[in-house]
Design a protein around this ligand. Sequence first.
Ligand code: TRP
Length: 337
Amino acid sequence: MSNQDSRPIILTGDRPTGQLHLGHFVGSLRSRVGLQDSHHQHLLLADAQAFTDNADNFEKVRRNIIEVATDYLAVGIDPTKTTICVQSSLPALNELTMLYLNFVSVARLERNPTIKAEIQLRGFERDIPAGFLCYPIAQAADITAFKATVVPVGEDQIPMIEQTNEMVRRINRQIGHDLIPECKALLSNMSRLPGFDGKAKMSKSLGNTIVLDATDKDIKKAVNAMYTDPNHLRVEDPGQVEGNIVFTYLDAFDPNKDEVAELKEHYRRGGLGDGTVKKRLETVLKELIEPIRERRIELAKDPDYIMDILRTGTEKCRDITQQTLDEVKTGLGVFHF
Ligand code: TRP
């Protein structure tokens, strides 16, 4: 495996189905920027996985590959440190998936809690696309093709990691030695940011996102719409911090933790108005988003640059994944001419 340095290998990725937002920033992007120095990091634009529930909209997925890649670069993913690649252009992943399909039962796939929840959410109960049911197998191919040992993901992806490791154990047993390493999920310390409307999750389909190129006006509007403590009617009333979205966001984004702690104290005591706290959050979010938005605007002027990064990254990953496929085929005793 072409891991000349001793840093652990990371593979993680996103389905390119929409622009990324602050939920992604808190849940994954921010930590990836830090991990690219300590780890050998690869980011997979999982378009083939996105097709499994977007077979009526290939164009949307194609367009969002560029959007998400732009988001990566705008937040500080450095393509000289992190390899960014496009899943559908890595044929070895498909070949590995074909082999891995034989190491999982349909019943096990149907028991995967994330798949179960997603089937319900998408109304697939009566008519599950085979590709959808099998995407955990393809995801195991993604992870193992890179021999990744660290997979930074959200909590909802833990069943995928468990299922991957089950497959890895079976395949290694069949091969007779530990060709493929098991992997570990790396959860970020804040894996889920609520939507600005207070709903449990920030998500495009719920219409409660703040995108990474939000304008000052968008930010103001979102912060003003934020849910606070409904019993905190007058400024002098004591207020509740728990479940108060404005404080949740301050915890997530305000770099000055001591001042946030003081604000919380003051709010609990009474005498601190929602308007003041919101104003602070608005400033914090504007300062966070402005440079990302500016970089995004610059990047959008040069689409060839983005395409170049994707092409170079994908070519590099084509070699890595092909090498693993060759090893797996040899291990299993498959002819490869
Ligand atoms: N399933 C992941 C998600 O929906 C995306 C993904 C695809 C992924 N392949 C992966 C994540 C490999 C980690 C590793 O977010």
